[in-house]
Structure formats: structure tokens, C-alpha cells
Design a protein around this ligand. Sequence first.
Ligand SMILES: [Zn+2]
Ligand SMILES: [Zn+2]
Length: 78
Amino acid sequence: MQLKKRTCNDCGGTGRLTCSHCGGHGGYSSGSRMGEYSSDHNNVPDNRTVWMTCTWCGGRRTLTCDRCHGMGYVEFYE
Ligand SMILES: [Zn+2]
Ligand SMILES: [Zn+2]
């Protein structure tokens, strides 16, 4: 038995995964579809769209790979 390392399949060796919660955008546009605008309020600036930073990745767009804990490889005995 010997401790070996191999590249993590989940992240391809980068140790990071695209955040699945925000789709890799780092956040969400919020409120753009929530207003009760009608077309005759065109003179009102559309300032209801608020950028919400993704709480999962903190806006970094990636998450630490769960499988390798960000190392990019996994250890195994063989
Ligand atoms: Zn995210
Ligand atoms: Zn990984």
C-alpha cells in the first residue's frame, strides 16, 4: 500500500468549481421582474434591478471543490 495522488476528476485539477448557485456569474440580478411597471411609466428610471452578490461564492464565481478540498488532487492508497 502506497499513498498516491491523482488529479481530481471533479474539478480537473484546478481545485475550483464553477459556482452552481449563480451559474458562475458571481451573483444575481434581482428585482427586474418583480416590479409592477406598466408601459406608460417609461419616464421612471429602471433602478429596481439590484445586483445581489451570490452568498455561496461571495462573488468569486467559483467554489472550492468538495472532493479535493481545493487541492486539485485526491490521495488514495494503492
Ligand atoms: Zn455563486
Ligand atoms: Zn477537485
